[in-house]
Write a protein that binds this ligand. Structure first.
Ligand code: GLN
Length: 494
């Protein structure tokens, strides 16, 4: 039998329906691959083997009768940010030690409703704060890709680094991820995978550990555009339990994938042309535009004048919301408790021991910008800037643009412990320069692998769409995927 783990999600689905193999076989193959690879890649923080085989068996019974949901029997990895009932859920933080929720997140519940199988929980940056997966309490995730001729370990990106690495290294057929400023798209770009952050409100946030509630969105990371479309169709949907979830119909996203781009207008924002941007990325961007043009799209220069304020404004809004969301971890209700001489002492000791450096930095920044004397100067101002960023996009769409093409990241994957970034958090924050505007505006954005740099490392392009128009993004990303026509699988060294 061919290696089942190498099949795309769509092909695996077909194989299950045709009874070429069973979900138990497919799930067993993935569990074997995880056992072999995880000591090297550190993508999973918990493997739920027994549960997986149980779910697979139940799927097999349905499939044998020609029944089952849209993802029946498909083994998936779940980012550690999603609450999974009775299963390890720690947002890769020490402070949630031993936390096993009593409830299931709406996104994962939707996946199980459609028949998917849970392989385990995926590593991530602590509380989804980071761009390299180095802030995880469980240690770095390693990128399955290495530069040609090098044995040096690279970061998989973050915060959904475990999701991206697991998908790229064939340790699941697809994975859930979340994106607050770029955490789906940046790791997807660093690992040659496809990641979509849908419109804010498309997926329920209920049961997903909150980082910055007005920015957080769940989405899939997958090996192909079609696979991402299949997963999002199951993950998305209105949910009364999340007041920011939007009551709009979920289209069959996979049906939009082959729609093409004929007649579409693709915007190219001049502000995304960064000084010092590597020539390879500039070149890839131009190549992407040529591919879209060749398939009948029109390319149009646009201006998004407030782009340069997006990152600074994000680093006010996101820490502000995080400082409030993370106030609940105090040793009383969840996870870790370090006892002290009185209750205040207990709070302080627990939070000091439980949170890592980056999380503490965010809590301090957030508390500062929300404090009485500074609220108007920082937080209120940042919210105003956010409105202007959103308006930039609205103006572009109003002027006839259907989608916007940009690079996904300013570089390819970098080294673990990269000194420049370790010494200067702002350098790390710059990873999200192209993605963070999209969260600030609540828009959908997809990262699709489009080429490789001189060292053989994957590079991605990003498409940004109108609210609730993920279908156009899937269609345009598919054109890029098809035109690039490149193998984005890593060479296994693990
Ligand atoms: N890298 C960004 C941050 O650390 C975005 C993270 C995310 O999207 N969750 O805030």
């Amino acid at each position: 039998m061919t290696d089942l783990t190498k099949l795309s999600l769509a092909a695996a689905r077909k194989g299950l329906i045709d009874k070429s193999f069973t979900s138990s076989e497919l799930t067993g193959a993935y569990l074997g691959a995880i056992e072999k690879a995880n000591p090297s890649l550190n993508a999973y923080v918990a493997v739920t083997g027994e549960q997986a085989l149980g779910m697979a068996k139940a799927s097999d019974a349905k499939l044998a009768q020609g029944q089952g949901g849209a993802l029946e029997g498909i083994p998936l990895g779940i980012k550690d940010l999603f609450a999974t009932k009775g299963v390890h859920t720690q947002a890769a933080s020490h402070i949630l030690d031993g936390f096993k929720p009593e409830y299931e997140s709406s996104v994962t519940a939707n996946l199980w409703r459609d028949g998917a199988v849970m392989l385990g929980k995926l590593n991530m940056d602590e509380f989804a704060m980071g761009s390299s997966n180095e802030t995880s309490y469980y240690g770095n995730v390693i990128n399955p890709f290495r530069a040609t001729g090098s044995n040096a370990n690279l970061v998989p990106g973050g915060s959904s680094g475990g999701s991206a690495a697991a998908v790229s290294a064939w340790l699941c057929a697809g994975a859930t991820a979340t994106d607050t400023g770029g955490s789906i798209r940046q790791p997807a770009a660093f690992t040659g995978t496809v990641g979509i952050k849908p419109t804010y409100g498309r997926c329920s946030r209920w049961g997903t550990v909150a980082f910055a509630s007005s920015l957080d969105q769940a989405g899939p990371i997958a090996r192909t555009v079609e696979d991402a479309a299949l997963m999002l169709t199951s993950m998305a949907g209105f949910d009364v339990k999340d007041s920011t979830s939007v009551d709009v119909a979920v289209p069959d996203f996979a049906a939009a994938v082959e729609r093409g781009v004929k007649g579409l207008t693709i915007g190219v924002p001049r502000e995304y042309r960064q000084d010092g941007m590597p020539a390879e990325i500039e070149q890839l961007w131009r190549q992407g535009l040529d591919w879209l043009r060749a398939e009948g799209a029109t390319v149009k220069d646009i201006s998004l004048p407030h782009t340069k304020y997006a990152l600074p404004a994000y680093y006010i809004v996101a820490p502000a919301e995080a400082s409030s969301n993370l106030a609940r971890y105090d040793g009383v209700k969840y996870g870790l408790r370090v006892t002290g001489k009185d209750i205040t002492d207990m709070y302080e000791l627990t939070r000091a021991a439980g949170f890592g450096r980056e999380v503490k930095r965010r809590i301090m920044i957030g508390t500062y910008v929300l404090s009485a004397g500074y609220f108007d100067a920082y937080y209120v101002k940042a919210q105003k800037v956010r409105t202007l960023i959103k308006k930039d996009f609205e103006d572009a769409f109003q002027a006839g643009v259907d989608a916007i093409l940009t690079p996904a990241t300013p570089s390819a994957a970098f080294g673990i412990g990269d000194e420049a970034m370790a010494n200067d958090p702002v350098k790390m924050y710059l990873n999200d320069i192209f993605t963070v505007t999209v969260n600030m505006a609540g828009l959908p954005g997809i990262a699709v692998p489009a080429g490789k740099d001189g060292q053989g490392l994957p590079l991605g392009l990003q498409l940004i769409g109108k609210p609730f128009d993920e279908e156009t993004l899937f269609a345009a990303a598919r054109v890029i995927e098809r035109s690039a026509d490149m193998d984005f699988s890593p060479k296994p060294w693990w």
